[in-house]
Design a protein around this ligand. Structure first.
Ligand SMILES: Nc1ncnc2c1ncn2[C@@H]1O[C@H](COP(=O)(O)OP(=O)(O)OP(=O)(O)O)[C@@H](O)[C@H]1O
Length: 262
């Protein structure tokens, strides 16, 4: 059996009396697109935070391409090939999009970047322009990030996470705060880029239409546990998921909407 790109074994995390992760065992193969769903407080962010080194588990193991991530700092995990973008784009709002991109390029080149040397080299400018074009946000190149629409900001943040050629990308609610008109084009752009770069993706998402359209597998969390794991149709048909996840203020998948209209 080949080594999975990500594997967790017996992963647990408590905050005092609250059990935010309870015996999480998942195995993700390279090339999968995995959606993580669950109601508020189900443990989705706790799971992502543990996998990316922001939160130490209380017990259990996490392996990326067979190497343990336990005890490793977020920067080290990024260098191993696992990138992350956050619910709120982590950009410098008072710098231009291009300046943000150049900083990300410098940071990806060296573990201890020196900003005493020129940041804006011809090679980096070319690379920044290529990335902005790939993500369809080149028209914002010279705008301040603070003046850029939310959807484009998210794309820029995800584009920056892909600098350094990670093999896995974790996204925390890529479409949150993005308008209904923007959400599908945004996801189309992201998925095209990750396919192009051969990146395995796992993303937390509250919008079931997005989950249904883009993922090959769903992990449904409830109260710190994975209550269902499978292809979207299977997970959305699961009675516990319907009762505990989809029934709790989450947008129903399109297939559910058409079923209830019939
Ligand atoms: N730093 C913390 N200190 C104390 N309790 C925490 C902390 N982080 C998370 N929790 C608790 O752990 C549980 C899981 O929280 P988590 O943020 O992982 O859920 P979530 O599924 O990401 O929710 P949401 O969709 O609202 O972001 C919740 O009960 C939460 O209150």
């Amino acid at each position: 059996m080949s080594t999975p790109i990500l594997e967790t074994k017996g992963l647990c995390r408590s905050f005092g009396a609250v059990i935010a992760a309870k015996d999480i065992n998942v195995r993700i193969e390279a090339g999968e697109v995995v959606g993580v769903i669950g109601s508020n407080g189900a443990g989705k962010t706790t799971f992502i935070n543990m996998v990316t080194g922001y939160l130490p588990p209380s017990s259990g193991d996490i392996r990326f391409e067979g190497h343990t991530l336990i005890g490793k700092a977020p920067r080290k995990i990024i260098r191993m090939g696992m990138a992350r973008s956050f619910q709120v784009a982590q950009l410098f709002p008072e710098l231009s999009v291009l300046e943000n991109m150049l900083i990300a390029l410098v940071a990806a080149e060296s573990p201890r970047p020196s900003f005493l040397n020129p940041v804006s080299t011809p090679a980096r400018l070319r690379q920044a322009d290529e990335i902005l074009t790939e993500f369809g946000v080149e028209r914002f190149r010279d705008s301040l990030v603070s003046a850029v629409p939310q959807g484009a900001r998210k794309l820029i943040d995800i584009a920056m996470a892909l600098i350094g050629t990670p093999r896995m990308l974790l996204l925390d609610e890529p479409t949150s705060g993005v308008s209904v008109e923007e959400k599908f084009p945004l996801m189309d752009t992201v998925m095209r880029a990750v396919r192009h770069h051969g990146v395995t993706v796992l993303f937390v998402e509250h919008d079931m239409e997005i989950v249904e359209r883009y993922v090959s597998r769903v992990l449904a969390f409830y109260s710190g546990e994975i209550i269902s794991d499978g292809i979207p149709a299977q997970v959305f048909a699961d009675n516990r998921v319907r009762e505990l996840v989809i029934g709790h203020g989450h947008g129903a998948p399109a297939s559910e909407k058409s079923r209830s209209k019939a």
